[in-house]
Design a protein around this ligand. Structure first.
Ligand code: GLU
Length: 476
């Protein structure tokens, strides 16, 4: 596919820093980023922080952290709208000079009264154009003591239409659109206006964003036209629904991207999974970031809402875990083990990762499972001990300890062979030895294969724990 226009591709992600980066935002960022990467274009990050009451520096940081974690590197920015106020004022001045915008002295109470009247007449509540200059029209006298707002002189007739990258042709009757306030009475520019000036100045060619912005688009297009700006191509991505078909929210679990980092998901898996939410490449479910960029074609963005499926995310994450080398897993899991109270200094963590990796879905699962090898003392469950470690079991453990201490080498294979020999000698089945061994040495009834566990725990630890068990029993 070729880029459908001649300007070099420039996309942007333009979050409002009013909270963490949520999954929907991250997916929008991902699509914009992939579009730019696919066409060797430029990906711009713009922080829309003009809502000063709701924007916080913490939220800005949370967005930057999440973008960094997902490795969605911006080529330009972050730009902050609050630092561009001078520019917005300049453009407002130009529009007033050119007559594409005008001052309006109607007070908020008057505008509200216009709306009420319109509602009573059964028409759309809107500003009635009192201060809109028209040829031959006499404007009312300017009231004293009222600061005017600036309104955009929106076309009264005709249609504003665009061919949406995702949704196809969309059209709005201009008669539906109000003369939008572009600067408030205190001079601050409004949301839709700042977006327009930025998209224009930043030479954005493709605006990919959530479909909650569809209603803003005709307004933005009309202002861009009034400015004589080249229009970007718009693509509005449907929202993400929860597994129950409702809008994705906290009820469905974590909605903050960084929460997934804490839970032990890998950024590569997150990118893979988010990409598939509303975009497809044939039946491919598992792919790398590079494949995603190479395959990305906005025509394959879905028109219908995608559904969040935590089980599928787990599946993708589990797959991605298994593509990592044990050394890389060890590096990523070690801090999680320490956070759980384990210590990694004495153990062969890559070997432990290789053993555990097949059963884990997340890095946190791996850390939990690896704790078995990384704790100074195993947990004590007295009920479990008295259930499993009866006199006969203890006798066998002691016999096992003696034979194990004589093993010339401490490997999984040697330990398996010894266990097999003991089973044969005593005429018992695997669980009759393996469970007492697990409980005595690890404090748990279940572990991965016992030979491998004993090998990784190391000769000293195993023998010392079995001796302690014997001594404790002697005292009983
Ligand atoms: N700041 C807007 C938001 O966070 C996005 C604006 C846009 O993409 O045009 O929803």
């Amino acid at each position: 596919m070729t880029a459908p226009q001649t300007r070099p591709v420039r996309t942007r992600f333009a979050p409002s820093p009013t909270g963490f980066l949520h999954l929907g935002g991250a997916r929008t960022a991902l699509f914009s980023w992939a579009y730019a990467r696919h066409f060797n274009g430029c990906f711009v990050l713009r922080i829309e922080d003009t809502d000063v009451a709701r924007s916080t520096p913490e939220a800005v940081q949370a967005i930057l952290d999440a973008m960094q974690w997902l490795e969605l590197q911006a080529d330009e920015g972050p730009f902050y709208q609050m630092q561009r106020m001078g520019r917005y004022r300049e453009v407002i001045g130009q529009m007033l000079d050119q007559g594409t915008a005008y001052h309006c002295w109607s007070t908020p109470a008057e505008v509200e009264a216009m709306r009420t009247r319109a509602r009573a007449l059964g028409t759309k509540p809107r500003y009635d154009g009192t201060w809109r200059p028209e040829p031959g029209k006499t404007l009312p006298p300017i009231p004293a003591g009222v600061q005017p707002v600036v309104r955009f002189r929106s076309p009264l007739e005709g249609v504003t239409a665009w061919d949406d990258l995702v949704k196809g042709p969309i059209r709005f009757d201009n008669a539906e659109l109000d003369d939008l306030v572009i600067a408030r009475a205190d001079g601050t520019p409004t949301y839709n206006f700042c977006v327009v000036v930025d998209d224009w100045d930043m030479e954005i060619t493709h605006v990919i964003r959530g479909d909650d912005h569809v209603n803003n688009t005709p307004r933005q297009i009309n202002i861009l036209r009034a400015l004589g700006a080249e229009l970007p191509i718009y693509g509005h991505v449907p929202m993400i629904l929860g597994p129950d078909g409702e809008k994705l929210s906290k009820r469905h679990g974590a909605v903050s991207v960084m929460e997934y980092e804490r839970m032990g998901y890998l950024p590569e898996a997150m990118v893979n999974y988010l990409a598939r939410l509303g975009w497809s490449h044939g039946d491919d479910e598992l792919f790398t970031r590079e494949q995603f960029v190479a395959w990305f074609d906005p025509r394959n963005l879905s028109r219908s809402p995608a559904q969040w499926d935590p089980r599928k995310l787990n599946w993708v994450n589990a797959h991605t875990l298994r593509t990592l080398r044990p050394e890389d897993l060890a590096r990523q899991v070690a801090p999680r083990i320490e956070r759980l109270g384990g210590t990694c200094g004495q153990v062969d963590l890559p070997a432990i990762m290789a053993l555990l990796c097949d059963r884990a879905e997340t890095l946190e699962d791996l850390a939990q499972a690896a704790l078995l090898f990384c704790e100074i003392e195993p947990p004590v469950d007295s009920a479990l001990r008295s259930e499993v470690l009866d006199a006969q079991a203890l006798e066998r453990l002691e016999a096992f300890r003696e034979q194990a201490s004589a093993l010339p080498e401490w490997t999984s294979a040697a330990l398996d062979a010894l266990i097999k020999a003991c089973l044969k000698q005593w005429g018992i089945k695997m669980p009759q030895l393996a469970i007492p061994l697990r409980v005595a040495i690890t404090g748990r009834r279940q572990t991965p294969a016992i030979g491998a566990v004993l090998a990784l725990l190391g000769r000293d630890t195993v023998l010392q724990r079995l001796s302690a068990q014997r001594d404790q029993n002697g005292r009983r």
